[in-house]
Design a protein around this ligand. Structure first.
Ligand SMILES: Nc1ncnc2c1ncn2[C@@H]1O[C@H](COP(=O)(O)OP(=O)(O)OP(=O)(O)O)[C@@H](O)[C@H]1O
Ligand SMILES: [Mg+2]
Length: 223
């Protein structure tokens, strides 16, 4: 089964000023156990595609299948469930809750999901932070962490409910090369463990890690 299948996807933004066709007739498949890199110029539609796959935004037309299910057939509660359990999202800006510690940030998705008790969620958060080399930082608030550490917390949070699809939108855009390599290696490890990783990045180093590179130009997939 494919992780994600996209068929004839088009996205049009209607603003007061003008109409923008951000994605034009995209057809693509993403498999489990593979690391995909999406590249393309600024404004080409990369984030739009990731947001639509991550159920944060809607397509204007076309079909999206996640784990073989057409998302058009799902009700909003089911979509919210998939967003929480099946998909992990990592953003360039980290988006940690500044009022919560690193551990609490990682714990929250598990408590929302309700498949973990508070105690289990705490233990799992500690394990996920340890895997990111952050055991000593679990009780720190985001402002007490470096950018690289904050992004590692965000990655631990994205893994909280053990999703099979990880979407990363320029996850190392604000980081130095050392943190960048650490994060690419972690994402590669996840794909080796069977997850489907789809990452947008402008980094040349990312090419070494990707199983497949997809280029978007003006809303169209080139290869
Ligand atoms: N909410 C919106 N309303 C109107 N137009 C939008 C909206 N979001 C994005 N766009 C437009 O859609 C196009 C694609 O934007 P998108 O953010 O997907 O590009 P991108 O490839 O991620 O660029 P970057 O590399 O700069 O992040 C751009 O022309 C952008 O201006
Ligand atoms: Mg973008």
């Amino acid at each position: 089964m494919k992780a994600v299948t996209i068929s004839n996807l088009t996205k049009i933004y209607n603003t007061k000023a003008k109409t923008v066709t951000a994605l034009k007739n995209i057809n693509v498949e993403f498999e489990f156990g593979k690391f995909y890199l999406i590249t393309g110029h600024s404004g080409s539609g990369k984030s739009t595609l990731l947001r639509i796959i991550g159920l944060i935004d809607n397509a204007t037309s076309g079909d999206i299948f996640l784990n073989g299910t057409n998302i058009k057939e799902l009700k909003s509660k089911q979509l919210a469930d998939i967003r929480n359990k099946e998909i992990g999202f990592i953003f360039q800006e980290f988006f940690l809750d500044k009022f919560l510690t690193a551990r609490e940030n990682v714990t929250i998705p598990m408590l929302i999901n309700k498949s973990f008790s508070a105690q289990e969620a705490k233990i799992r958060s500690n394990e996920l932070l340890a895997a990111m080399g952050l055991s000593a930082r679990a009780n720190h608030f985001p402002k007490e962490l470096s950018g690289g550490e904050q992004q590692r917390v965000a990655i631990a949070r994205s893994l909280a409910n053990n999703p099979n699809i990880i979407l990363a939108d320029e996850p190392t855009g604000n980081l130095d090369i050392e943190n960048e390599i650490f994060i690419f290696e972690k994402l590669k490890e996840m794909s080796n463990n069977g997850k489907c990783i789809i990452m947008v990045s402008h980094s040349k180093d990312a090419l070494k890690y990707a199983d497949k590179v997809l280029e978007i130009e003006n809303g169209e997939l080139k290869c």
